[in-house]
Design a protein around this ligand. Structure first.
Ligand SMILES: Cc1cc2nc3c(=O)[nH]c(=O)nc-3n(C[C@H](O)[C@H](O)[C@H](O)COP(=O)(O)O)c2cc1C
Length: 194
């Protein structure tokens, strides 16, 4: 893949959006996502980050169901442009964060999602590794008319796998993330909506 992020050679270049699916301050999901972004950068695979920590407060006004605030437009635009979506989600009470579903509900349906591949990195403090959140969200992807990339990276016991700088220290996990990055980039190229 090249580095062009708009129109290349007459077709829209693949643009993967990494979606950080929580707004919890200091979240481990944000730390893992930062390391994953480094992995994509090292491979020269363009990645745009949409981080729910940056959701504008106005979006939580109930009036937003009818009319989106102007401050939400850039997030909608990034999601619209995405040709693939890499979700980094924590496990909260056996599911994905409520704010993640709220974000999905604020986006235009179905054009934001239809025909787009979704991949997942899931993490939890406990032993589940966000298997349940990813399976639950997979059901939504089908409804949203997206396509699920089957190789998920689940990380249980996340607090044992980060160093003091918040980077992943386990070579085995990094290897799985590298493999997923290679596979998902190819999957988006072949399968994704252009
Ligand atoms: C509201 C909430 C619910 C949680 N529920 C679970 C859970 O069901 N299972 C689990 O293993 N960890 C649970 N955790 C811990 C998270 O998995 C842990 O904080 C992990 O670092 C990922 O979330 P983070 O990105 O917010 O840091 C929960 C954390 C929060 C804030």
């Amino acid at each position: 893949m090249g580095t062009c992020q708009t129109i290349c050679g007459g077709h829209l270049e693949a643009m993967i959006v990494q979606l950080i699916a929580t707004n919890r301050p200091g979240s481990n999901s944000g730390k893992v996502a930062a390391h994953v972004a480094e992995i994509y950068a090292a491979k020269g695979t363009p990645l745009e980050v949409v981080d729910l920590h940056n959701l504008p407060p106005e979006i939580f006004n109930p009036a937003s169901y009818a009319e989106k605030p102007a401050s939400f437009a850039s997030m909608q635009e990034s999601m619209t442009k995405a040709t693939g979506i890499l979700v980094v989600t924590p496990e909260y009470n056996g599911g994905f964060p409520g704010v993640f579903k709220y974000f999905i509900d604020m986006l235009k349906f179905p054009e934001t999602f239809a025909g787009k591949p979704f991949a997942f990195v899931g993490l939890s403090a406990g032993g589940g590794g966000a298997v349940r959140p990813v399976e639950q969200f997979t059901t939504l992807v089908h409804y949203l008319r997206g396509i699920v990339y089957p190789a998920t990276v689940n990380i249980p016991g996340i607090n044992n796998h980060l160093d003091e700088a918040g980077r992943i220290k386990s070579p085995e996990i990094i290897e799985r993330l590298e493999k997923q990055a290679d596979g998902f980039a190819k999957f988006v190229e072949k399968t994704g909506k252009k």
